[in-house]
Write a protein that binds this ligand. Structure first.
Ligand code: TZP
Ligand code: MG
Length: 209
């Protein structure tokens, strides 16, 4: 599986917004990965949304990842699945998905990140880096030091997540992240397309730091 060499922008759907319209806007703005995430929707709705979003990602040369639901990722032909620490281990997901699909794993410590790599993850999500209002998290933010250290130890891409906004995207990339995953920086902007475009530009600047 090949990821783009430029910094990746993973836009995650916001449960408060209609996902297909939001996905279209984010993809227009240059999202490299679109992740469908909704913890409360029915399997039926998730399937319907996946079937609608997949062709949009194809048109924009982007990747389509389903959060949590390996069954829906498989059935709808998504590029991969994103799993948390309490979901199926990557080793088990790999048996079902085969070698070519993408498996991403959420991690919050360098131990978890190294373990995910060992278990065959294609990338790790790492965070939350900064305080975030988009997810209930009892733990404190991991910060940019842990980000830098963990990124330096991994051979697979690290995608930083949590509280990443236009103002800190550049710093996150300069710490060695291969990309960022965001919800509110794009979903809460009056024009999600413009927000995504701006993040892509900021990350390109971060590469130069
Ligand atoms: N996992 C860790 S933080 C987070 C998830 C899904 C939420 C990220 O949202 P935001 O609005 O980009 O901080
Ligand atoms: Mg999960």
């Amino acid at each position: 599986m090949m990821f783009p060499s430029r910094p990746m922008l993973c836009v995650i759907t916001d449960e408060e917004l209609p996902p297909v319209t939001f996905a279209r806007q984010a993809l227009w703005g240059g999202a490299t990965i679109l992740q469908l995430r909704n913890k409360t929707a029915s399997g039926r709705d998730l399937c319907r949304w996946s079937e609608a979003i997949l062709p949009l990602t194809r048109q924009h040369n982007a990747l389509f990842i389903v959060n949590d639901r390996l069954d829906i990722a498989l059935a709808t032909g998504a590029d991969g699945v994103h799993l948390g620490q309490d979901d199926l281990p990557a080793t088990v997901a790999r048996k079902l998905l085969g070698p070519d699909r993408i498996i991403g794993v959420s991690t919050g410590t360098r131990e978890e990140a190294l373990q995910a790599e060992k278990e065959g993850a294609d990338y790790v999500g790492f965070g939350h880096i900064f305080p975030t209002g988009s997810k209930d998290k009892p733990l404190p933010p991991v910060g940019t030091r842990a980000l830098q250290e963990t990124a330096s130890l991994l051979s697979i891409p690290l995608i930083a997540i949590g509280g990443i906004q236009l103002e800190n995207a550049r710093r996150v990339i300069s710490c060695g992240a291969s990309g960022i995953a965001v919800i509110s920086a794009v979903s809460r902007h009056p024009d999600p397309r413009i927000a995504a475009e701006a993040l892509v530009r900021e990350m390109a600047e971060g590469m130069l730091l």
